[in-house]
Design a protein around this ligand. Structure first.
Ligand code: PLP
Length: 451
């Protein structure tokens, strides 16, 4: 067995972790994960836990998806790389695009533009939105709207539309012309409104007010997650996203659905937009598109946008954007195999069923633990509990106690992710009822220890 303390020292002296204070790697060394099977990961000390995080919302099919591994190995043998910049393409990416076109047909999305991950997909969608308006001669439409608490990755554009100060403050100044609307977050909101439907109406009014204030003719796009994920799993009332769609359409604003975590069945529906009965103008996807086995993403584009680009004769529609790895053949082969498995296993159905069990289990834990201020879920396998030190004042739990919940849960059999005061659960979509119970009992132990 490898010496875990030595590895932790080497880790601290040789790399920085995303979303982590560099000093933390020594003070609170991360678990060193060395292998994974099914929905379980094992660390260097031989401790095995159920993955309540699903990698990072991406390993929907678990860690043992042989068809995807085989597809990657096969493609590496045949064509490990070639570019899709002007002049060349590859057969794997053509086949994938046809499959994605079928998969997203109910969302009205017919073209794909490939990326290397979620932040790239967001950046691509924002850029294409501006270009769409410029092609049409609507040059003044450059601004972006988004939701507070929204997460859209870490590129400068994505950070600018992010709605959480943690991902913005140290990197300012960000892109000018980005404005944030209150999120339909019933537990905490500026309106003190606890009724989800009334809150959705208030947030929609705030959106309309902001559009009127900015001038509709200055806004290129609104970007939103169908269910806020990294911001703490905040499902809106069912009227919210259709309401946003309606307002965008009436004001000539493109609607970009950021479905980096919701695009392949996580909500119980195949996409988050479909979950709410909405057709976006563009959809940013990544993560589960390759089950986390290869960095890859796609922006899916609706006919309304396609027509403007493809009918342009002025030259303005030439796409001056793309990545070395756009349409990477190995990523495409992985995505093709993933999509086939995703559909064959109907993972959205298991997400809905296991998600309901998890949500019910979390509500039961709330009865028992004063630390749980709010429980959110009920839409597939994305749930969160918000921890507070005092329920009446809703004072967020301190970082140390949150760490205790996470650490004890880990030692008790499940890895869960703490983000601010929230414990976020986003396990693989193929987990069983027994796995759900392991996650719940591990959380129970963690909450007991932190009480
Ligand atoms: N958009 C959303 C909704 C996300 O949840 C994430 C990552 O969690 C991103 C964008 C950024 O994706 P990536 O980390 O692959 O760049």
């Amino acid at each position: 067995m490898k010496d875990s303390n030595f590895l932790k020292e080497k880790n601290a002296r040789s790399l920085w972790h995303p979303m982590t204070h560099p000093a933390d790697s020594l003070a609170n060394p991360p678990a060193i994960i060395t292998s994974a099977q099914g929905v379980r990961i094992s660390d260097v000390d031989g401790h095995e836990v159920v993955d309540g995080v699903g990698g990072l919302w991406n390993v929907n099919l678990g860690f043992s998806c042989q068809p995807v591994k085989d597809a990657i190995a096969r493609q590496l043998d045949v064509l490990p790389y070639y570019s899709t910049f002007r002049g060349t393409t590859n057969d794997a990416v053509i086949e994938l695009s046809e499959e994605l076109r079928d998969f997203y047909e109910p969302d009205g999305l017919t073209r794909a533009f490939y990326t290397s991950g979620g932040s790239d997909s967001v950046e691509t969608a924002l850029r294409l939105a501006r270009q769409y308006h410029k092609i049409r001669g609507d040059e003044g439409r450059t601004k972006f709207l988004s939701l507070k608490k929204g997460y859209h990755g870490t590129h400068m554009g994505g950070a600018s539309v992010n709605g959480n100060a943690n991902f913005r403050t140290q990197y300012e100044p960000l892109l000018p012309g980005c404005f944030h609307i209150p999120a339909p977050y019933t537990y905490r909101n500026p309106f003190n409104e606890t009724d989800p439907e009334k809150l959705a109406a208030l947030c929609l009014q705030a959106l309309q007010d902001e559009i009127a204030f900015q001038g509709a003719g200055t806004i290129a796009a609104m970007i939103m997650e169908p269910i806020l994920g990294a911001g703490g799993v905040i499902p809106p009332h069912e009227s919210f996203m259709p309401g946003v769609r309606d307002i965008c359409t009436k004001n000539g604003i493109l609607l970009i659905a950021d479905e980096v975590i919701t695009a392949f069945g996580r909500t119980g529906s195949w996409t988050g937009s479909r979950h709410w009965g909405v057709q976006p103008d563009m959809m940013a996807t990544a993560k589960a598109i390759t089950n986390g086995y290869f960095p890859f993403g796609a922006v899916m584009i609706a006919d309304k946008v396609v027509e403007v680009f493809e009918s342009d004769t002025s030259g303005k529609a030439a796409i001056g954007h793309g990545y070395t790895y756009s349409g990477h053949p190995v990523g495409a082969a992985a995505a093709l195999a993933c999509l086939a498995e995703t559909k064959r296993l109907k993972v959205n159905e298991n997400a809905a069923a296991r998600g309901a069990e998890m949500y019910a289990g979390l509500l039961a834990l709330q009865e028992k633990h004063e630390l749980i201020g709010d429980v959110r879920g009920g839409h597939g396998l994305m749930c969160a509990i918000e921890l507070v030190s005092d329920r009446a004042s809703k004072t967020p739990i301190d970082k140390k106690s949150g760490g205790v919940v996470q650490d004890v849960a880990y030692r008790s059999g499940a890895i869960v992710r703490i983000s601010g005061p929230n414990i976020i659960l986003s396990p693989p979509l193929v987990l069983t009822s027994e796995d759900v119970q392991v996650i719940l009992s591990s959380l129970d132990a963690g909450l007991e220890a932190a009480a």
